[in-house]
Design a protein around this ligand. Structure first.
Ligand code: BG6
Length: 500
């Protein structure tokens, strides 16, 4: 069910469970503030934080305010925002605590609602997985509104493998309808990821070449220039494959590889994504490169620290902080085309991008000078779409030269604000749009593809290849790409026109 508008008369209660945690502080409250700042939700939207900590609203404000980055001129609006915030303290496991939460929610709504207004409740679970089950059971049993819709947002991890994920899904399915569950993968809220649908299906030029006849390889990469930054305890339990590849990169792969949905509606879109996943075999260890960063003695600050130097990481851990995996999609469109997913922490730069490399021009007349075309979709930073292409060197020369058709957002859309992924996704939940959220069957398929590999890595204690903090990662990853025919000519570097 998608609501085309939000009703100014209704009351919207957005309940943040885990309000005193890191995610709430760094992501959720800033997002809620943006919704208010840009007037995206009705003034009758109220924000209720819930956590075990003994806090007052003033304490909570102290914690989150530095992350809101409000300007001097927004002071009044900021007061209005905090005027719409509330805090309720309570346990995550005790039924009475949730009855109390429900009573508080009713009283908050009663003070603010118009007599005939509906009251909707949106629950954001910014919580550790250990309390997912009791919290969801309690909110279903005691906190659902009977005067409007109820929607529940869940953050990853959605389990650790097929079995644990299925257990969680079964639990949630026993409590909520599919259209009440919103599983966030924040990459689905990024401008360039959302752009894929339009780029592919609103342009006639891409359809005919978007297949095995023209595409030689697809690389989807995610690079971060910092390590675990004290988050090693959490990270070590999951590793980069579960943290980034199985969700963010796989979602992008689906959007690149799927067939055109029969409409742009959520279910049609998600049906097509699931078909892509169903056409993929489980990943194989021999098609995977695993890495773990070590400190760089010549590096500065954090770069001197390797993964194993993080005191929150268990001694001798084999958890990969880098992974590259080769996979194929066994459809008529993609059979034989290598798709490489590549992600890592503590690398040389921050970058997330999609590279679609096209085949060589058949019947070359330029003595091998023509380089392959490549369509690059730069997800971040500095959003851009550019097509590497050949043209005649301008001037008297007739020699071919590599250049690009460049759509750099910062240059083309100078005054356009690109909202943060969380902001878009949260607003989608208000509107009841599920297109950019992960459906249960989609999640099950994603785990089917990754679970055997993850189990093998853990069972055989596969040693990751060491790479230096601040490097490009293990060279074996580049070798994997060239082994399957991805050509890196190294002759050309894209200059960001955003620097204008
Ligand atoms: C999260 C991962 O899902 O995505 C983090 O858990 C990672 O490890 C983050 O740093 C990256 O998100 P973004 O939006 O900064 O690219």
């Amino acid at each position: 069910m998608t609501d085309s508008t939000l009703n100014e008369k209704d009351t919207y209660l957005c309940i943040v469970l885990g309000a005193s945690g890191d995610l709430a502080k760094k992501k959720i409250y800033p997002t809620l503030w943006h919704l208010v700042r840009h007037n995206l939700t009705p003034k009758s939207t109220l924000f209720v934080g819930y956590a075990r900590s003994d806090l007052t609203l003033a304490n909570l404000r102290e914690k989150v305010e530095p992350y809101l980055k409000a300007t001097e001129s927004e002071k009044e609006l900021l007061e209005e925002f905090f005027g719409r915030c509330f805090y309720v303290k309570g346990s995550y496991t005790d039924a009475h605590a949730f009855s109390n939460l429900d009573a508080e929610l009713r009283s908050i709504a009663a003070k603010h609602r118009a007599p005939d207004a509906r009251v909707h409740r949106l629950f954001y679970l910014a919580l550790p997985p250990s309390v997912f089950a009791p919290v969801t059971s309690h909110i279903r049993a005691t906190c659902f509104s009977d005067q409007g819709w109820n929607r529940v947002i869940v953050e990853k991890p959605f389990g650790k493998d097929s079995a644990s994920s299925a257990e969680l899904s079964t639990h949630l399915a026993g409590l909520f309808k599919e259209d009440e569950i919103y599983r966030i993968d924040h990459y689905l809220g990024k401008e360039m990821v959302q752009n894929l649908l339009v780029l592919r299906f609103a342009n006639a030029i891409f359809g005919p070449v978007w297949n095995r006849n023209y595409v030689s390889a697809v690389i989807i990469s995610f690079k971060e220039p910092f390590g675990t930054q004290g988050r090693g305890g959490y990270f070590d339990e999951f590793g980069i494959i579960r943290d980034v590849m199985q969700n963010h990169l796989l979602q992008i792969l689906c959007l690149i590889a799927m067939e055109k949905p029969c409409t742009a509606r959520s279910e049609d879109l998600r049906d097509e994504k699931v078909k892509v996943l169903k056409s993929m075999d489980p990943l194989k260890l021999e098609n995977t490169v695993l890495g773990q960063y070590v400190g760089n003695p010549n590096g500065e600050g954090d770069a001197k620290q390797g993964y194993l130097d993080d005191p929150t990481v268990p001694k001798g851990s084999n958890t990969p902080t880098f992974a590259a995996a080769l996979t194929y999609i066994k459809t008529e469109r993609w059979d034989g085309v290598p798709f490489i997913l590549r992600c890592g922490k503590a690398l040389n730069e921050r970058k997330a991008e999609i590279r679609i490399q096209f085949r060589d021009v058949p019947g070359d007349i330029f003595g091998g000078l023509a380089q392959r075309n490549e369509l690059v979709i730069r997800v971040q930073p500095n959003e851009a779409v550019y097509m590497k292409m050949m043209l005649k060197k301008p001037g008297m020369s007739f020699a071919p030269e590599e250049s690009e058709l460049d759509l750099t957002y910062r240059a083309r859309y100078k005054d356009t604000r690109l909202p943060d992924a969380y902001e878009r996704l949260l607003l989608d939940v208000f509107y009841g749009s599920q297109s950019h959220f992960v459906r249960t069957d989609e999640l099950a398929e994603a785990w089917r593809i990754f679970t055997p590999l993850l189990h093998q890595i853990e069972k055989d204690k596969v040693e990751p290849i060491k790479y230096l903090y601040g490097s490009r990662g293990p060279k074996e990853s580049d070798e994997l790409c060239s082994r399957v025919g991805y050509l890196y000519s190294g002759t050309y570097k894209w200059e960001q026109p955003g620097k204008l």
